[in-house]
Design a protein around this ligand. Structure first.
Ligand SMILES: [Zn+2]
Length: 281
């Protein structure tokens, strides 16, 4: 029995402010730019612990900070797809979504020499086309959905959803889901934001976040004994000093357990899908 830890970092940098908040404010953009400072700190923190991780990188961030991409590759981290400028697929027309997906792939191919095999949906909401596009473009896995917590599963297309009819489950497709959870994401806990959509107070006490993240890890390790523990973090959020100290403590406490491994999602998906081959229907 092994527990695998997949550390994931969404390197949104300026892109999420430009697309998500529709802002060109130098002050807002500087919050995203701090992501490059956070990224350098994280690369060092992971190097000191010999841990590999997965970075979901919008093409826009990769073009703005090529030196970060180089450093990630040099240190053995995986790079996955996260849109071109953090676009929300559920708000795009089919052709626009496809061209954004392909533009993001093209940037990553040109900078890393390989097509990404993993995807995390910017803003976390697929359109009806997203999973089909991922399948057509050779992706092996996604990490944006929540139908399980510590156990991967195959994604599904063609669910039938209506208020006046029973839910009909669609068909599985050969894309592995590495479950995501808002409670294992640094952004809602820590990032103080204001927009027309409302205010997220953020600025959580890092001890509180440690307790939530550690509680999920302990449940997985002590009660289930096998599975994947996935954290979603953003360099511009987790990269602040007090949060990094919490992350260091958490990673060191987790690493002190027997039978725990730290892997990129891509490598974990390879071994999981060998043990759990895809069956149509
Ligand atoms: Zn993001």
């Amino acid at each position: 029995m092994t527990v695998t830890v997949c550390l994931s970092f969404d390197f949104d940098a300026m892109s999420s402010w430009i697309y998500g908040y529709r802002t060109k404010s130098p002050n807002a953009l500087s919050r995203g730019e701090f992501g490059a400072v956070g990224a350098q700190r994280l690369i060092r923190l992971l190097q000191e612990r010999d841990m590999s991780s997965t970075w979901f990188v919008p093409g826009h961030s990769a073009e703005a900070f090529p030196e970060i991409i180089e450093s990630l590759l040099e240190h053995g981290h995986e790079i996955g797809h996260h849109g071109y400028c953090h676009e929300d697929p559920s708000h795009m027309e089919r052709d626009e979504e496809l061209s954004v997906l392909e533009r993001g792939i093209d940037v990553l191919v040109s900078m890393t020499g390989a097509a990404p095999t993993g995807y995390r949906c910017p803003s976390g909401s697929f359109s009806e086309h997203t999973l089909g596009f991922l399948l057509d473009h050779g992706f092996r896995y996604d990490s944006s959905m929540m139908a399980d917590d510590f156990t991967p599963y195959y994604c599904r297309v063609g669910d039938q959803v209506a208020v006046d009819k029973p839910f009909v489950f669609g068909d599985p497709i050969d894309i592995v889901e590495i479950p995501f959870a808002w409670s294992l994401d640094d952004h809602p806990f820590f990032e103080h934001t204001r927009s027309r959509r409302g205010i997220n107070p953020g600025l959580a006490d890092p001890d509180r976040v440690y307790a939530v993240w550690r509680g999920d890890f302990d449940y997985l390790y002590n009660k289930l004994g096998e599975g994947v523990f996935t954290l979603t973090m953003h360099p511009q959020v987790i990269g602040r000093g007090h949060r990094l100290l919490m992350l260091e403590r958490l990673l060191d406490d987790i690493a002190a357990h027997a039978d725990v491994e730290f892997k990129t999602m891509g490598r974990y998906v390879e071994s999981w899908s060998r043990a759990n081959p895809f069956h149509r229907g």
